[in-house]
Design a protein around this ligand. Structure first.
Ligand code: GLY
Length: 393
């Protein structure tokens, strides 16, 4: 009897290793992979890694592309995890490549670019030179705010000009930079812009079931909504998975920063939409769009899962114990799935990226079922958050 109990426990241990072990293994792999990726981009002056192209070649971007801050940000997180001075040096060097973006007023993504890179650098090193960059970037982002709308304009690129004043749900993520810039500079206006944007998005982006539209475009004179639609999702009325993840993360972050319970309720409602959705698979890695009619044969999106996992861990710290358990269990499932052989790249493969199987922009046939730097960034963040917020207990 005792022998059989021990045998069962051993089988369980080997089949379902403790989450601590899963995270340690995935973080160690992430360090090794990103050192390889660094070697490839070190010699490519000024460029940042992005993905793997259809030709199997490493795809890079210049600093003005929206994903430029994720690679430096991940190197900072991996330095935080490992305390390895080599990673600190790498992070520092690569972070300099995005410095020019502090003056970028062309799109809302300056938040991703500068907060993930310089935001993490400042958090970990307290260096005064990052403060100027963060504050300048916040001011650049604030130039896109229109009082009559109450929001920051997301896009201005030629394909977006069919919309008068497009705001995408992703834009919630850029508010963290504004709040940081407000705190560091004492400029209350930056904070007020972040709050106004979050309130306008809360009012106009969500359906009754708390799924969100991808794009809402406004009349820039009256501030009224002109259209609600999609750019990257399956269709205008579908729930594009990464958009739901951005919303979940964005309102959780806004609650952390403001303590306004309206944002907490919004995050909980978005979480409920995700967790009760019949199309969320058992392994909790969402299909790229919750409403793709090809489900269960549709592609999964590892990036959406990674963003959700990170948000669920943080959200669990703000709610009652019953809900917290549910959110932590979901995040744990997502981390375990992403750390499995199907999603986590073998050492030395995947051009050094950490995760496989993300979907960037399916309807544009761009970055489909590939690694993406933001999937890696939020995966690392989710694991570090799990270690500090959940495993500490
Ligand atoms: N922010 C762009 C995307 O999520 O694809």
């Amino acid at each position: 009897m005792v022998v059989s109990l021990i045998a069962t426990a051993c089988i369980h241990y080997y089949m379902v290793p403790p989450i601590e072990n899963v995270i340690e293994k995935a973080l160690a792999r992430s360090v090794a992979q990103y050192k390889l990726l660094y070697k490839s981009v070190e010699k490519l002056d000024g460029t940042l890694p992005r993905s793997i192209g259809k030709d199997g070649v490493l795809e890079t971007s210049d600093a003005s592309f929206w994903t430029s801050g994720f690679f430096p940000g991940s190197l900072w997180y991996l330095y935080e995890y490992s305390n390895d001075p080599q990673l600190k040096e790498m992070a520092d060097k690569i972070t300099q490549r995005v410095e020019s973006q502090q003056y970028n007023c062309d799109n809302h993504d300056v938040g991703f670019m500068i907060n993930c890179s310089y935001g993490n650098k400042f958090r970990l090193t307290n260096d005064t030179s990052s403060v100027k960059v963060i504050v300048n970037a916040g001011k650049s982002l604030s130039t896109r705010f229109r009082k009559t709308v109450g929001s920051i304009r997301s896009w201005s690129h030629p394909e977006s000009l069919k919309w008068e004043f497009p705001v995408i749900i992703d834009n919630m993520m850029n508010l963290e930079l504004l709040i940081k810039a407000a705190n560091l500079s004492g400029d209350k206006k930056l904070y007020e812009i972040a709050v106004s944007h979050a309130n306008t998005t809360l009012k106009n982006h969500f359906r009754k079931d708390f799924s969100s539209y991808h794009v809402v475009s406004y009349d820039s004179i009256t501030g009224s909504v002109q259209t609600r639609c999609t750019a990257q999702g399956y269709n205008d009325e579908s729930a594009w998975s990464r958009g739901q993840a951005w919303g979940l993360y964005g309102y959780t972050m806004m609650y952390r920063e403001t303590k306004d319970v309206v944002y907490l309720e919004q995050a909980k409602n978005i979480a409920n939409f995700i967790l009760t959705n019949k199309n969320l698979p058992d392994d909790k890695i969402p299909y790229w769009d919750f409403d793709d009619p090809n489900i269960p044969n549709a592609l999964r999106d590892a990036s959406a899962a990674a963003i959700m996992a990170s948000a669920f861990v943080e959200l669990s710290t703000f709610v009652d114990s019953k809900l917290a358990k549910k959110y932590i269990e979901t995040a744990e499932k997502q981390i375990r799935s992403l750390a499995s052989d199907h999603y986590l790249a073998d050492l030395g493969t995947n051009k050094g990226f950490i995760l496989k199987h993300s979907v960037g922009y399916l309807s544009n046939d761009s970055e489909v079922d590939v690694p993406l730097t933001y999937a890696d960034y939020y995966f690392i963040e989710a694991m570090l958050r799990y270690k500090t917020l959940v495993m500490k207990e």
